[in-house]
Design a binder for this molecule. Sequence first.
Ligand code: TRP
Length: 435
Amino acid sequence: MNSERTRVLTGITTTGTPHLGNYVGAIRPTVQASRNPATEGFYFLADYHALIKCDDPARIQRSTLEIAASWIASGLDPEVVTFYRQSDIPEIAELTWFLTCVIGKGVLNRAHAYKAAVDKNHAAQQDTDTDVTAGLFMYPVLMGADILMFKAHQVPVGRDQIQHIEMARDMAASFNHLYGEHFVLPQAVVEENVALLPGLDGRKMSKSYDNTIALFAPSAQIRKQINAIVTDSRAPGEPKDTQGSALFQIYQAFASAEETAQLAKAYADGIAWGDAKQVVFERVDREIAPMRATYEDLMAHPDKVESILLAGAEKARPKSAAFMAQLRSAVGLRSVSQTVGTATAKIAKTVTANFKQYREKDGQFYFKLVDAQNQVLLQSHGFTSPREAGQAIAQLLEQPLAALKELALQLETSAIVTTQELVETLNLLHETSKK
Ligand code: TRP
């Protein structure tokens, strides 16, 4: 069932063209992870974020197309995951405002990206906020809205983004404290053993060093670029060092352990750099070429990509729209004719629900879940031992939805609550019982 899977969410800013470093470090491992049936994937193109860094409309549009096509060509299955464009979810912008109102300005002052900009200004003896947009300052709040909107449990990110996830937790906790338990507190997941790819000059492959190899460049261009990777000046026949060889590291990121060992041996045996480059090119191209065909097809038919993204938004929006309606009501943006306190009453009810265990005259052991007004939400049938009754309660707390199904024959559900409300109540109870 959907709600039991771990929800994994991550965003990709749409400002560039994916390169081999992005592929090895992010796209490939994420696509791999997206196939895990125990998780539910939410992957999106962070085009609102792109506006912070880029004021070239054509580039934003182009990059959105290229990145979407790259992820799909690399095997992300939009049927299995929810793959969408951030700006197709207008509730994100609204949630950003709600979160803006609960996060301390001082917390944002400490965000790395903003602080770096400020430090740079100070070093140049400029005013603190010279050339700093409020967008840059608000970056972590927008990111928090992305994550909290879809109740993500895990957010795979690079090290530099951990602070943003912590801020998202902060915003979620503040909001929950003020308005009731609406948000899931997300966790950053940093993949430790993902290959860091060197670029043409041996430094980390990065757009800012201008040393990248575009992921889906034509094969002839990739060959040319691999030929341009720096090596030392050792002649053919001289043994070569794998240590510190950018060429070798790139090979390693694509090859099997066995293939890598073979190239290491060839290095020791004095393979000519030109021949080594040929081996590396062929290995990289072998992985990329089949995906390149899909990529080129998608780039030639942007309408296909557009309809995939719109289908993704269609999957995501019922969730974001329903959740936003709940949040609006929770903060008091609701019909003035709505009975006062409905939302708060509901929260009070859920927070104070409790299990009661007891023994009946028939000698059997029972339990019921009651709300603050002692109304019965859930009533069990008789169990032969208190242990069995206790186990059923534990099961309901651990895995509400699954337990409600599995124990259906031993339980009566009250008509005053929906299954959804029961699940939320049980989750909440479980959360608070852990504190
Ligand atoms: N800030 C992220 C990056 O630069 C991109 C991003 C935007 C993101 N929203 C997100 C990542 C939400 C994870 C979750 O890499």
